[in-house]
Design a binder for this molecule. Structure first.
Ligand code: SF4
Length: 312
């Protein structure tokens, strides 16, 4: 069923960028218990097919580029650029594919970013990737090895990324691209909700720190109570300038997301399942996008609104 994307207000927010999240793989070297990176369906992940990936990027650009007035989203908002954000799973399990996709996306017109757990980010890879990225997001849930182990944030043999190594990796990235924005993502759950990350956040000094409440898509086991979540946010008020808090309701229908098979997907409103479009390369971007919907008001609430313009 098609959903309306059109807002009814008299003003239209102008955003600096529209963000499209492509989860290029389900595979990950970690096994977080709350991991939401599980999608229905089977088949080869599109990122391993370079010509098909490039074609999808070109099709996405044609539909989402800022001047395409035929995009129905334009009735609700406008944007100056489009950022392709690669996520997973762990995208750096496939560094060659990531490099190719970033280059192809930059060539088409996207700015690009990447979300990673940073465990596979060698200095050599950082040198190759940093110049292609405008932003790199790193997930960091805890500074305590025991908590990371209980969450599942470690490799099969218990390997974890130490905070020292993470700081070195960030330093290297900034050296190769001084304009690179660093973002940290923390999923607040029952195991880390009492932790104090102020010191490490201060040392890494990201431009943005996203604090997400664990979304019970996959499991309720690590759910965090309202008061513990609010306590975590209050404890980290020294980071208020860079902290961006997302509670569960703000996450639903507020992202543009593509799964590893090249389909748009969306958090279902009951927060328990995803809904999917047909593959973008099969039915075209417009038909696929309209099939899953996105809430422009929620989307705008999460991004930097530059101005608001009157809508005739
Ligand atoms: S690091 Fe991310 S993708 Fe990997 S298991 Fe954890 S939540 Fe899932």
């Amino acid at each position: 069923m098609k959903r309306s994307l059109v807002g009814k207000g008299l003003v239209r927010p102008q955003l600096s960028e529209l963000v499209i999240n492509w989860h290029i793989t389900e595979a990950c070297n970690y096994s977080c218990r709350y991991c939401y990176a599980h999608w229905d369906g089977s088949g080869r992940e599109l990122a391993h097919d370079i010509p098909a990936s490039t074609q999808m990027l070109q099709n996405l650009w044609q539909y989402f580029h800022p001047q395409n007035l035929a995009n129905p989203l334009r009735r609700a908002m406008s944007w100056q650029g489009v950022r392709l954000n690669l996520a997973g799973g762990e995208p750096l399990l496939y560094p060659a594919q990531v490099e190719h996709i970033l280059s192809a996306a930059n060539e088409v017109g996207f700015t690009t970013s990447l979300i990673t757990n940073a465990s596979l980010l060698s200095p050599e890879l950082a040198q190759r990737l940093a110049p292609k990225l405008s932003m790199l997001g790193i997930s960091l849930d805890s500074c305590t090895p025991m908590t990371n182990s209980q969450i599942g944030r470690q490799g099969r043999h218990g390997q974890q990324l130490g905070i020292g190594h993470l700081e070195e990796a960030v330093c290297g990235l900034r050296r190769w691209n001084p304009k690179l924005q660093i973002k940290l993502n923390t999923v607040v759950n029952a195991l880390n909700c009492h932790e104090d990350l102020n010191t490490v956040i201060g040392r890494i000094s990201p431009q943005r720190w996203k604090v997400l409440r664990m979304l019970p898509v996959v499991t309720n086991a690590l759910m965090v109570s309202d008061s513990d979540f609010q306590g975590f946010v209050a404890r980290h008020q020294p980071q208020a300038e860079i902290m961006c808090v997302e509670d569960n309701t703000e996450m639903v229908e507020s992202y543009i997301m593509i799964d590893p098979l090249g389909r748009f997907f969306q958090n279902a409103s009951d927060q328990s399942i995803y809904s999917y479009s047909h593959p973008i390369l099969k039915v075209g971007v417009e038909q696929a996008f309209l099939a899953v919907g996105m809430n422009p008001a929620k989307f705008c609430a999460r991004y930097q609104v530059l101005a608001e313009e009157e809508v005739a």
